[in-house]
Ligand binder design. Structure first.
Ligand code: GLU
Length: 459
């Protein structure tokens, strides 16, 4: 076992795996690996109502997809918070015994009425000195001492919290279950966690957690809170409003490497060159260089990153990567021939079938709009007829097909774009698509001519 620092990633399996969580996981993974430390995966599965085993499986799969592999020697877990319930309650009891916590039997209504009567908000520590013991329905509260807590945060510097604004918070609910703040601290403690790197939204919990570490007789961990991710309207990414599920990006044909690289650029810059391999970022990532401001999760930029990563694939890699998106009956050898020609225009792997489907359909799927735009010109009919004639005998490679069409179009005083259009629609069914002459070459002379003749017959 490594003796280096111990980081952890502690997701709650209550939904699809959020891209913000994925970034936090990558931060912890990089830091654990660059320091020869450990990355503990702890599944915080204590919310019985919202947890589902499939979300846990989804998290583990998604982490593996990002390259955070359970087989790596730096990886430890998954550990499950639900298995440590006894330790949470044991710690709660110790806090009670040592006078750091007390029981309170006031109902929420009683608390509200009393707060109103006293002109305060929240709970005023009213059961502190009542000497109550545990009883069904009573909660255990932490006795927040007077003073301040300073959280040393590697991203934010020192953040000071005045205890006057922190009420005596609940540790154990009336039904006997520990709350998140306690379970999270006790697990970090018993798992020997030395560094907590997590999202900014947990910063308000941190002074309370630091007090718990101290009350339980331990040095708190090194804290770091990374900035939230926001959408185009600068609103925090939310699963109701935004596409936040990592799984969805995977299923839409984003490459893991592109996703990893893009996530790492959110709130941190890998250098002048933003496209960087993980092996470099894993070593160069530093919490001190993480920004304080919210990071814009820019879908356009993500697509551009993905396109760039797609362009860097070898043809074999591209064919393999596209495979899950292609219908089983499509001939992979034909796709392979076309693949280098579509590579420059793909932003996701899922775009691939729509760009090449004409090669595999019995007939091109020509919509009325494309037809009327290209076939109703006065030159369409004679040009197609001449092109068919010339294509019957020319050599069948993209360069010769192009030269042959250029020769034909000279007779009509047309530019290449205009001259290509009827041929493209006749063969591919669309007005835009992959490079035409390469497409014709891959399609083959016979099928290309058959489609062009069919179009001519329609005219
Ligand atoms: N289970 C918490 C969450 O998913 C983790 C908080 C933490 O990292 O301490 O938000």
């Amino acid at each position: 076992m490594s003796t280096g620092p111990r980081y952890r990633f502690a997701p709650s399996p209550t939904g699809m795996f959020h891209v913000g969580g994925a970034r936090t996981a990558l931060h912890n993974w990089a830091l654990a690996r660059q320091s020869g430390g450990t990355f503990v995966l702890r599944i915080e599965d204590t919310d019985e109502v919202r947890n589902r085993p499939e979300w846990t499986a989804g998290i583990i799969d998604a982490l593996a997809w990002l390259g955070i592999s359970a087989d790596d020697p730096h990886f430890e877990g998954p550990l499950f918070q639900s298995e440590y319930a006894a330790a949470h309650l044991e710690a709660a009891n110790r806090l009670f015994e040592s006078g750091h916590a007390y029981y309170c039997d006031m109902t929420p209504d009683e608390i509200q009425d009393r707060a109103k009567a006293e002109g305060t908000t929240g709970y005023g520590g009213w059961s502190r000195d009542r000497g109550l013991g545990p009883a069904p329905g009573s909660v255990l509260r932490f006795k927040v001492p007077e003073g301040t807590t300073v959280v040393h945060d590697l991203v934010r510097g020192d953040v000071e919290f005045d205890h006057a604004v922190i009420e005596d918070f609940v540790l154990v609910r009336g039904n006997g279950t520990p709350v998140f703040i306690l379970a999270n601290v006790v697990d970090d403690m018993s798992m020997g966690i030395t560094n907590v790197v997590r999202a900014e939204e947990h910063l308000p919990n941190t002074p309370k957690q630091q007090m718990l570490w101290q009350a339980l007789g331990h040095e708190p961990p090194v804290w770091a809170h990374v900035p939230v991710l926001v959408n185009e309207q600068r609103k925090k990414l939310s699963k109701r409003r935004d596409k936040v599920a990592l799984e969805q990006y995977r299923d839409e044909g984003f490459l893991a490497d592109a996703m990893v690289n893009y996530l790492m650029t959110l709130g941190w810059s890998p250098g002048e060159q933003e496209i960087q391999p993980w092996s470099v970022m894993e070593q160069s990532f530093r919490l001190d260089d993480v920004n304080l401001s919210p990071a814009f999760f820019d879908l356009k930029k993500l697509a551009a990153f993905n396109g760039e990563y797609i362009r860097r694939l070898s043809v074999d890699e591209l064919v393999d990567a596209c495979d899950p998106w292609l219908p089983a009956e499509w001939d992979r050898a034909v796709f392979r021939e076309m693949a280098p020609h579509i590579q420059p225009r793909l932003n996701t792997l899922a775009d691939a079938p729509g760009v090449v489907d004409f090669l595999f359909l019995d007939e091109p799927d020509i919509d009325d709009d494309s037809w009327s735009k290209t076939m109703t010109t006065e030159y369409a009919q004679p040009l197609l007829a001449d092109a068919i004639g010339a294509f019957e005998t020319c050599a069948w490679d993209a360069a010769t097909i192009k030269a042959t069409l250029e020769d034909v179009m000279g007779r009509y005083d047309l530019k290449l774009g205009k001259a290509q259009a009827p041929v493209r629609v006749a063969v591919t069914g669309r007005t835009v698509g992959p490079p035409l002459f390469e497409a014709l070459e891959v399609m083959g002379r016979d099928e290309s001519l058959r489609r062009m003749r069919n179009a001519l017959d329609r005219l």
